[in-house]
Design a protein around this ligand. Structure first.
Ligand code: SAH
Length: 447
């Protein structure tokens, strides 16, 4: 197989990234925008040692699960992988992905429970981080990165976001043009405005606008809040984040509050939550509530000491605090730990303590004996050392593992099972409709 070859491909599966997968001449071909059941004519665009990437040249026979994408930039933007599928087919692909990981990576003969579908597949995201750049004419633009690239794709109306985010984004761009503010150029590390970051509390309606800048000050900063409030009256706070590092990480460590008190509030799983711009907060609030309900049903926290590792602003642990004897949360981001402590106080919760530490270091040094360990790590998962401390030293009755990456989850489940634990339930929950991401919550118990 070589570049520009045209092959006929029958699509039989989906990859982790949401590409269609098929096999021709004994080579696996990944095709973006394909659906299981498609018969395609595919142009090979990239040949690697064990597989190829292809582009659809023609759909010879379309899959029954195809639908017309409702977003005009879906094929260019790296955000949504599944706009061309019916939502039922999307859920089936996610279900299969989790099942495949459990079988192939963890090697476990466990039946994954049917995925909990989202209640809505549009306007569910409460957070946007638009990279800022310039178009071919040098005009300021903001959008989303194309897949595997930092090329900005403009998306005037992202279906996943509340419509007021578009107005705020456009108002920031208009303000920047008025003030002569330049876009940050990653390659040259010049220019000022890096990202427009907007977050909304869906229950309270409060909106935070945070501009990430490569510098210490923003021209016209004293007028920015007034300017934006004319477009959207729900803005509660306006913040600058200072990020002068040559990095892919969006946020720097320092903030300047321009308006409000630098935080917004929301309500999640019975808890009034305060969230700072640097704190993790689930992007799909409604489905996060479902996820937390399942986590609580798995944890059975009544009268127990619960260790909540990777706790963010403390939300999962605090949602169980009334039933538990004690909650101990661990999180590396300082502002998130501050939020978690403030959230305990706001809600009159006195049996929760939060530590700013890595999950592993805290587990090795805190000197506690939790009955239940909850863990909700980032995509890279918990890893061998942490699993060994939990399974070997703590030996809790129950482990509840919340994961946003089925592959690292499966790797860690295998480790737990080698160290005396049994997987009791695997429950995928669709927190990220239209994207290839899927959340899973797992209950493990000690044999
Ligand atoms: N449970 C929370 C947050 C989950 S996201 C919620 O549901 O909202 C994962 C969190 O882990 C993030 O807040 C991140 O800052 C934190 N984190 C990343 N690496 C960590 C580590 N090594 N130890 C502890 N926390 C970590």
């Amino acid at each position: 197989m070589k570049k520009n070859d045209i092959v006929t491909l029958s699509v039989t599966g989906m990859s982790a990234e949401g590409n269609g997968v098929g096999r021709t001449e004994n080579t696996v071909v990944f095709v973006p925008g394909a659906a299981v059941g498609d018969l395609l004519s595919v142009r090979i665009v990239k040949v690697l040692k064990n597989y190829c990437f292809g582009k659809i040249a023609e759909i010879l026979t379309p899959s029954d699960s195809r639908q017309q994408p409702d977003c005009p930039v879906s094929s260019k933007c790296g955000g949504c992988a599944f706009c061309h599928l019916s939502y039922a087919a999307e859920c089936a692909a996610k279900q299969q992905r989790v099942q495949d990981c459990i079988q192939r990576i963890a090697g476990l003969p466990v039946q994954v429970s049917p995925i909990i579908a989202a209640t809505r597949i549009q306007q569910y995201r409460n957070k946007a981080q638009y990279p800022v750049g310039t178009d071919a004419q040098g005009r300021l633009i903001a959008g989303f990165y194309a897949l595997h690239s930092h090329r900005i794709v403009q998306c005037p109306r992202c279906r996943l976001l509340p419509p007021e985010f578009d107005q705020i984004r456009d108002a920031v761009l208009a303000f920047a043009v008025e003030q002569g503010i330049s876009a940050y150029d990653e390659a040259a590390q010049t220019g000022l405005l890096r990202h427009i970051y907007i977050r909304k509390g869906f229950v309270t309606g409060q909106i935070m606008v945070c501009l990430v800048i490569n510098g210490t000050s923003l021209p016209g900063a004293d007028r920015l809040a007034e300017y934006l409030l004319r477009v959207c009256g729900d803005i509660q706070t306006v913040v600058l984040n200072h990020n002068t590092a040559d990095t892919n990480v969006i946020l720097g460590d320092r903030y300047t509050v321009l308006y409000g008190d630098g935080v917004i509030t929301d309500r999640l799983a019975g808890v009034d939550v305060r969230i700072s711009p640097g704190s993790f907060y689930q992007v799909n609030r409604d489905m996060a509530e479902r996820l937390y309900q399942i986590a609580a049903a798995f944890a059975c926290p009544d009268g127990k000491t619960v260790l909540d590792l990777y706790c963010g602003a403390g939300t999962i642990g605090l949602s169980m605090a009334a039933r538990a004897k004690r909650i101990i949360g661990v999180e590396t981001v300082k502002s998130a730990v501050k939020d978690a402590r403030a959230n305990a106080i706001r809600n009159g919760i006195e049996n929760a303590d939060f530590y700013c530490d890595t999950a592993l270091h805290a587990a090795q040094t805190l000197g506690i004996a939790p009955d239940v360990v909850l863990l909700d790590p980032p995509r890279k998962g918990a890893g061998e050392q942490l699993v060994s401390v939990i399974a070997g030293s703590f030996q809790p009755e129950r482990v509840v593992y919340v994961s946003c990456d089925p592959a690292t989850l499966a790797r860690d489940l295998k480790l737990f099972c080698q160290q005396g634990y049994v997987v009791q339930a695997v429950q995928p929950v669709d927190l990220f409709p239209r994207t290839a991401h899927v959340e899973t919550v797992v209950l493990l118990s000690r044999t």
